[in-house]
Write a protein that binds this ligand. Structure first.
Ligand SMILES: [Fe+2]
Ligand SMILES: [Fe+2]
Length: 257
């Protein structure tokens, strides 16, 4: 998607996009820092989750893709940190702090959970990288031009991670040779979908959120928390069913509603 010069939705509709922190009203700035920090908090956390699995995949392609995913997440962490630092001392402190956090300390629950098996690695990519793709798509062509420009590469990276996960969960269920290489069965695929599904739905945040409404009004995000969660849910539910697995109860295991 190309990046427009003017704001495409919300209260600033039709205005020239914001290019620098100096141009931002205080509330816009605070909302944007929160959005970028939440995104940034997932990137190095995700590298930490993937790192032990880079050389564990059952095929050479799996090993290459794991290394690529870890590299992409580190790339996104680097970009997000650079954006955070552009906010001055407050952002610099946030960016520096992210480098110190380890599993168990990350902002979003899904990124504090280790991968237990190769099937679980695939389940995470299937469910959570698709979440990431929806979150990034919501910021495509957003009102902060430097962020909008970064989305042109990051959206494609997440699409790649999510489609890898979807393909491998499909293969574990439908391709006996791949299932044998993984030493896994259909019930293992169902187990990992059940594990990540509530985590994935929770990442969209509270349905009733002033912050989410403001992010949409300022043109930073295209859709609010609940709308984005429902878009994601319709997509992943259809994919789970097409593979031949059961869609988990959307209320079960949820912490954020
Ligand atoms: Fe990411
Ligand atoms: Fe990803």
């Amino acid at each position: 998607m190309s990046v427009s010069r003017s704001v495409k939705w919300g209260d600033l509709l039709g205005m020239r996009k914001i290019e620098t922190v100096e141009q931002m009203p205080e509330e816009y700035k605070n909302t944007l820092i929160k959005v970028i920090y939440a995104l940034a908090s997932t990137e190095f956390a995700s590298v930490e989750q993937h790192q032990p699995w880079i050389n564990q995949g059952p095929t050479s392609e799996d090993r290459y893709i794991q290394a690529q995913i870890a590299a992409d997440e580190a790339h996104q962490g680097f970009i997000d940190s650079r954006l955070l630092r552009s906010f001055g001392p407050e952002g610099e402190e946030k960016a520096a702090n992210l480098l110190k956090l380890r599993m168990g300390e990350h902002l979003l629950s899904a990124f504090n959970v280790p991968f237990e098996s190769w099937v679980d690695v695939c389940g995470f990519c299937f469910a959570l990288d698709l979440v990431a793709w929806y979150h990034l798509r919501a910021m495509e062509n957003c009102s902060y031009a430097p962020l909008a420009r970064e989305m042109t590469t990051m959206v494609g990276e997440e699409r790649f991670h999510a489609s890898f996960g979807a393909r491998r969960i499909h293969d574990i269920v439908r391709d006996p040779e791949y299932a044998r290489l993984c030493g896994a069965t259909k019930s293992d695929a169902q187990k990992t979908v059940d594990k990540w599904y509530p985590q994935a739905l929770d990442t969209f945040g509270a349905a009733d959120s002033k912050f989410s409404t403001m992010a949409v009004a300022y043109g930073i995000r295209r859709w609010g928390n609940e709308e984005l969660r429902q878009m994601y849910k319709a997509d992943i539910d259809a994919q789970i069913k097409a593979i031949g697995l059961e869609v988990p109860d959307p209320q079960k295991g949820r912490k954020i509603v």
